[in-house]
Ligand binder design. Structure first.
Ligand code: MG
Length: 235
């Protein structure tokens, strides 16, 4: 907590994808837990949600370090990540996050720009987004795994989105669901809304510096008129 909505010169919203636009975290959790438990290692859904946004190799190396006292080889990283990805792809496709369409509609009605900032590197991302949210996301306003070197929790992805949009940090609001995503956005100096759509305690998001916290997209949607009024100084 630290920034004030009333201090913004609001021009854009920067959206994370997994756990924000799509209800995809339950599938990621299932797949990661399956991959580690298959190797006789301990890993829980909570562990997955806490690490959302981390690269696959970092996740694997953390678990190896804590439980096997060594780092994973490049070959092990690739094999485990492929195993996880294959299982993930076998699960029923994630649905659109309930009520996020209402949040996006409120932003479009207020004529603010919408950016996507995701660590995902799926080749068919834009098709998937266009199918779920017709006309909302465009390539020029997207930052994905292909664009960045460091990824979240480094501020790089959100700083890159600001640069793409010719925006200053006080001209945007980030919408995130993950502790490391919140940390990335806060480190970029951007007002950050956390929506706790998963299983984590609120503290995990608040302790990383979220400026506002909601428990669902319905809750955020219900507060959008107030947020926009304060940030546009029309209240
Ligand atoms: Mg997320």
């Amino acid at each position: 907590m630290g920034k004030n909505l009333a201090d913004l010169d609001l021009r854009a919203f920067l959206f994370d994808m997994d756990g924000v636009l799509f209800d995809s975290m339950p599938n990621h959790a299932k797949a990661w837990v399956h991959a580690f438990v298959s190797l006789g290692l301990k890993f829980t859904d909570y562990d997955v949600y806490m690490r959302e946004g981390m690269t696959g190799s970092s996740t694997i190396n953390e678990v190896f370090g804590a439980q096997l006292n060594r780092t994973a080889t490049e070959e092990e990283c690739q094999r485990i990540y492929q195993f996880k990805s294959k299982y993930f792809e076998s699960l029923p496709a994630a649905t659109v996050m309930k009520d996020v369409d209402g949040v996006l509609a409120a932003i479009q009605a207020a004529e603010k720009e919408i950016f996507l900032v995701t660590g995902s590197g799926q080749a068919s991302l834009l098709d998937k987004l266009n199918h779920a949210f017709p006309g909302v996301f465009v390539k020029e306003r997207m930052v994905t795994a292909f664009d960045v070197k460091k990824g979240k929790p480094d501020p790089e992805p959100y700083l890159m989105a600001l640069e793409k949009g010719g925006l200053k940090a006080n001209q945007a609001i980030v919408v995130e669901n993950a502790p490391l995503g919140v940390r990335s956005a806060v480190a970029a100096g951007i007002f950050t809304i956390a929506v706790n759509t998963g299983i984590l305690r609120d503290e995990e998001l608040l302790n990383n510096g979220a400026d506002l916290l909601y428990h669902s997209m319905a809750e955020l949607k219900a507060d959008m008129a107030r947020i926009l009024a304060v940030a546009q100084h029309t209240l």
